[in-house]
Design a protein around this ligand. Structure first.
Ligand code: CFM
Length: 545
């Protein structure tokens, strides 16, 4: 048996061991979501079970639809008053503090991100309805802040009692004369926060995009989609784009303003970072306004350089291409100096990454730059196209849960649909290697005989750690302390702990140096977790479903 096969067989055995702990029906379901990565002669990867309901009782990493809509997509926009219609807990836990940063253009520009707005529903409103309370909340927010826009987010009870939040926001929009709109993003809609992304995309597209037709300055005007300015990532990307002479019309939605969204349909290219959360917006903008989209990634120095080159290639401008090369040449020496220092101390170390929908893919580039290997990775809520690539889109089965989320039917705008490039130049660019509307996914990019696990459970996380003893594990706050107690350094990739930025060139250096410190810190090996010191009661399922 070759070494390769040996590893594959070993991984299959590990998978079987993990599944053995589950009841038969659960094991059958999880078997589709835990895969040993392999590629056939055409590069095709196996089909993964994704975007499926989590089995009740399993401790998942996932969040809810409201989290994806309010917390992720709309949250980082500084000048919309975002009101959570629901219990105070939902609002409190989606209160963005340091995670998403923002920088108002002047001291007098608003920033509501430091506030937490909620209707604070009580039992009384659940019984008698919460619409009156919502109207009052909108009025109060208006009287206090006079914002440009107010948006309302539904939590679970709102859907259950049937408050018509859209009727309320329509009425208040008329009354106040500002943009007021709502999102039916009840937590239970869909199977994860992914549904909330889609709802957010639909809402912004319907209520905001296209409201301002002013064509701003700049020769090379793009939107950056799916970048949320965690730990200041957007600031670093903005610095780089600026140095290249590329104008950022809007980001969705790191360091953004509602005015940027309103004007974003005037850009000439959409560049997507996080495919999962925002591809709907790019698709709708292309259909309605004629803006093509490409996939980029600013996580990793090499990936940043590659993404800049792609943007320059799209504009087919020699001066821009030269400027991009100059910027890359000016930034890379510092990256190299840092790598020379840290790479020898990181090379060969092994990482595992389990994050929402795109970071588990993007961050593999940074680890690869450090000479580190990714043993296992997966998304909390990615879809099959995020794993296997968009070519599988036509074969994805629509189930009852995904049918629940509205698909807007978009048609070209009668006046404002302007194809940015004709078919011929798109074809030409494609022949030169620039892929439009394409994302190849995580699995084709990962080595064979690595583990790909969708919606990993807490139990599986513990098992992986026990079996592989990786040198670093990346996930979120819910996993952090159990992992550290197991003696493994843990890096949060949702909030970056206290670090960041990690995007772009300077961000890459930050990441290298931080990871080098983490994987070489001896402190973790001195830990004896409570469960190793005291015996634990455990059991197996003795019945067959
Ligand atoms: Fe996209 Fe995100 Fe992510 Fe995501 Fe998220 Fe996030 Fe994430 Mo946490 S939009 S899918 S819903 S890159 S909040 S900024 S870090 S799980 S990997």
């Amino acid at each position: 048996m070759s070494d390769e096969k040996n590893t594959a067989a070993k991984l299959e055995k590990i998978k079987a061991e993990i599944l053995a702990k589950y009841p038969t029906k659960v094991a059958r379901k999880r078997a589709k979501q835990i895969l040993v990565n392999r590629k056939d002669s055409t590069g095709k990867v196996p089909e993964v079970g994704a975007n499926m309901r989590t089995v009740p009782g399993i401790i998942t990493q996932r969040g809810c639809s409201y989290a994806g809509c309010k917390g992720v997509v709309l949250g980082p926009t500084r000048d919309i008053v975002n009101i959570t219609h629901g219990p105070v807990g939902c609002a409190y836990y989606s209160w963005l503090t340091r995670r998403n940063q923002t920088r108002p253009e002047s001291e007098t520009d608003e920033n509501f991100m430091t506030y937490c707005f909620t209707t604070d529903m009580q039992e009384e409103h659940i019984v008698f309805g919460g619409e009156k309370k919502l109207k009052q909340a909108i009025q109060e927010a208006y009287d206090l802040f006079h914002p440009k826009a107010i948006s309302v987010f539904a939590t679970c009870p709102v859907g259950l009692i049937g408050d018509d939040i859209h009727a309320v926001t329509r009425e208040m929009k008329e009354k106040l004369g500002i943009n007021v709109f709502a999102f039916s993003c009840e937590g239970y809609k869909g199977v994860s926060q992914s549904a909330g992304h889609h709802i957010a995309n639909n809402g912004i597209f319907t209520h905001v995009v296209g409201l301002d037709d002013t064509i701003g300055k700049g020769k090379f005007r793009i939107n950056l989609l799916g970048e949320y300015n965690i730990g200041g990532d957007s600031f670093e990307i903005e610095r780089i784009l600026d140095a290249c002479g590329i104008t950022l019309v809007s980001t969705y939605s790191g360091n953004s303003s509602i005015d940027h969204f309103a004007n974003s349909h005037t850009a000439d290219l959409n560049a997507i970072m996080c495919h999962r959360s925002i591809n709907y917006m790019a698709e709708m903008m292309e259909t309605k306004f004629g803006i093509p989209w490409i996939k980029v990634n600013f996580i990793g120095a090499e990936s940043t350089a590659k993404s800049l080159r792609k943007i320059a290639q799209y504009f087919e401008d020699e001066e821009l291409k030269a400027r991009v090369e100059e910027v890359i040449a000016a930034e890379m020496p510092a990256v190299k100096v840092s790598l020379e220092k840290v790479k020898p101390r990181c090379e060969g170390k092994r990482a595992m990454l389990f994050v929402g929908g795109s970071r588990a893919h993007h961050y593999q580039d940074l680890f690869a730059e450090l000479g580190m290997e990714t043993l296992a990775a997966g998304y909390e809520f990615g879809h099959r196209d995020d794993y296997e690539g968009r070519k599988v889109l036509p074969s994805i089965k629509v189930d009852a849960d995904s049918r629940n989320i509205e698909e807007l039917h978009i048609t070209p705008d009668a006046k404002r649909y302007v194809p940015r490039k004709d078919e011929e130049s798109l074809k030409k660019l494609e022949n030169e290697g620039l892929a439009f509307r394409e994302y190849e996914g995580l699995m084709p990019d990962m080595k064979e005989n690595t583990l790909v696990i969708d919606d990993i459970s807490h139990f599986e996380t513990e098992k992986l750690i026990e079996m592989f003893k990786p040198d670093i594990f990346c996930a979120g706050i819910k996993e952090k302390y159990a992992i550290q107690k197991s003696g493994i350094p843990m890096k949060q990739l949702h909030s970056y702990d206290s670090g960041g930025p990690y995007a772009g060139f300077k961000g890459a250096i930050n990441f290298y140096e931080e990871i080098e410190r983490m994987v070489n810190a001896k402190v973790w090996s001195y830990i004896t977790p409570p469960w190793a010191a005291e015996p634990e009661l455990s059991a197996n399922y003795a019945w067959v479903a």
